[in-house]
Ligand binder design. Sequence first.
Ligand SMILES: NC(=O)c1ccc[n+]([C@@H]2O[C@H](COP(=O)([O-])OP(=O)(O)OC[C@H]3O[C@@H](n4cnc5c(N)ncnc54)[C@H](OP(=O)(O)O)[C@@H]3O)[C@@H](O)[C@H]2O)c1
Length: 281
Amino acid sequence: MTILVTGARGNVGRRVLERLHAAGHPLRASGRTPAELSVPAGVDTARLDLNGPDTFEAALRGVDKVFLYAESDGAKEFFAAAAEAGVRHVVLLSSSTVGGQDAASDPLAQHHAAVEDALLASALPGTVLRPGAFAGNAFGWSDAIRTGKPVELPYADAHTAPVHEDDIADVAVAALAGEAHLGRTLTLTGPESLTFREQLAVLGELLGREVPVRELTRDEAVERMGRFVPEPVLTSLLSQWAAAVGKPAGTTGTVQDLTGRPGRTFRQWAGENLGAFAAQD
Ligand SMILES: NC(=O)c1ccc[n+]([C@@H]2O[C@H](COP(=O)([O-])OP(=O)(O)OC[C@H]3O[C@@H](n4cnc5c(N)ncnc54)[C@H](OP(=O)(O)O)[C@@H]3O)[C@@H](O)[C@H]2O)c1
């Protein structure tokens, strides 16, 4: 009765792994380079490249549940191999963009939708998690804040409802626990809508100093972010943020429903991670 956790060193995957391990489940942690995985003692590891069908059979042997990252190339083959191995529940980490108004023209949404569709078309029982923006995206501001430079970003007044990665992991573990959530698609948000500027103000308040913000034009953002963000992802993000300026993000009760407690706030996330933003002596 082994649970396979893919992306076991990812922000969400490693949290899922920790929780399942603490609950005593037999586990297999996977990644493309298993030597780079840091797993609790006794946890089995496997090489799994979701784009590489030749790695599927060994990684899935003896597995009955899977926590899965969305990789569209190879998804159909992965679900076929999982069904063959006897898997009876897949919890897929997808994205709220799939349910967005612009999903049909959004490359990020299309990438996740392709995996959702492949899961649906397979014979496998599944639960789809569609989180919105992660609270941890704020780490992208840490270098500027730590060194006292203005945080430069486009669409500073765009709203998101940042969801704490611990809440995504808690929901994933609750979904994996039984059969109550089979066949469901769950959209996850944090408990409140905040603009990027408001998130930065929370960080500044906790740090006890002002965090200056310089708003970039779209062209400036394309020039800077395009150096490290793939073009389809950048296009998707900029369109989402442009549409979210001055428009509070909707929130869902998924975290409360599955865990029995409210979702963690961005302030809580910021407090837990303040060290990454504090100036170093
Ligand atoms: N950030 C957001 O605001 C947001 C919002 C909604 C949805 N999402 C979605 O959430 C996911 C990112 O989650 P995260 O932050 O936890 O990810 P992360 O920390 O960037 O880690 C990604 C994980 O995916 C694994 N992975 C990537 N390609 C793989 C492949 N071909 N085969 C096997 N494993 C592969 C990596 O494993 P190895 O490198 O060890 O192989 C890594 O552990 C993405 O699908 C993203 O679109 C993000």
